[in-house]
Design a protein around this ligand. Sequence first.
Ligand code: ZN
Length: 268
Amino acid sequence: MNKYFITDGKEKFGPFSKEELRNQNISMETKVWCYGMEQWEEISQIPDLEYLTSVIPPGINLKSTEEPLRKVEFEPKSTSKKELKSIQATVKKNKISSAKKWLIAVGVIALISIIAYSSVQKQSDINLYNEIVANSYESDENFEMYVEKFYRDLEISGITKKNPKTTIIKLSRLDQIDNATHIHGVSYGFNDDDKIEIYINASTWKKFNKPMRYFLMYHELAHDILNVSDLDNISQNEGELMYPEISTYENKSMDDFIESFHSLFDEF
Ligand SMILES: [Zn+2]
């Protein structure tokens, strides 16, 4: 296989195989010589090296020919590698920082939405609460009795809960309030150990039989004092104290009620 020498007009370099020539700084004007050739020829004149010149745009050198070839033979590689790395790093950095900016923007928008939503939610909760309170009234119902019994039953089950500073249990016209989610009773002392605040729907109270009243009162007191949530409204939970549809408990007995709160208290 032919080995080629190249020259920049001042010095000659080589010999290079055709493969090695690929890595040399070659322009259309680069002169080449190999054994058998009478004189230096421009690389474009050598059919054997056509593939090298076909990728060089006419009139444009890959590198300035003013620099000595030997020097540029190594430098382009390292420089370009280094440059490429730094370009890649910059691109990556830009990508990351723009991605970061987007992430921050999306986060801020989400946060604003959450705050806006929760403040609207809060306001509507406050409005609902105010309406419930405005529709509540003092009655002769002995709600204290349920509270005292509830604490006694807790104690028997080995659950100690301190008595709250404030206890408000009133009837209210819950069924006449728009957007009221709890028709029969609602507790506002959830997660506040210093306070019991429960509103019972007046017409519900009138309608409910004795076991149902106990179910309802213990249900709301469990929300309020034990901070437990409603169970899912599925048939498997029917009969439980925290079942959300206590109004369907018409046929339940006091024994059913006792069983239901014992099964809840036992979980503690
Ligand atoms: Zn409930």
